[in-house]
Ligand binder design. Sequence first.
Ligand code: DQA
Length: 144
Amino acid sequence: HKIYILNGPNLNLLGKRQPEIYGHATLADIQADCEALANELNCEISMHQSNHEGAIIDTIHQARVDGAGIIINPAAYSHTSVAILDALNTFDGPVIEVHISNIHKREAFRHHSYVSARADGVIAGCGVNGYTLALRHLGQLLNQ
Ligand code: DQA
């Protein structure tokens, strides 16, 4: 099973960006953790990051024809993007939304996510472990 892991704007700076909120792990660290776990789960990972809304949508369209599941951290686009929600609504497989921080504990403008209207599960506030937690769940779903 191929699982797309999509990351939105500013997540390329993970590890350097507000480490008091997002921690010190980088996107490469997350990818390594997910790849190690993917082996165990009989899954293949396709890792992506973009600072551009349209590029994220293009990758969702790619996942639509190629992917079994999606893990997405839409970052700030969570709170603004009907277009990413619409793109995810063209995808038939399971979608898990991940936020490194607990968006509900933060500013009010982060409390609402458009993507949650499509997500089958949401993980927030578990740090970068959220990605492997999401992957473990998807692996279980897809292997059953
Ligand atoms: C985030 C939370 C968002 O509110 C923020 O804009 C991000 C990252 C998280 O992973 O905690 O860029 O999605």
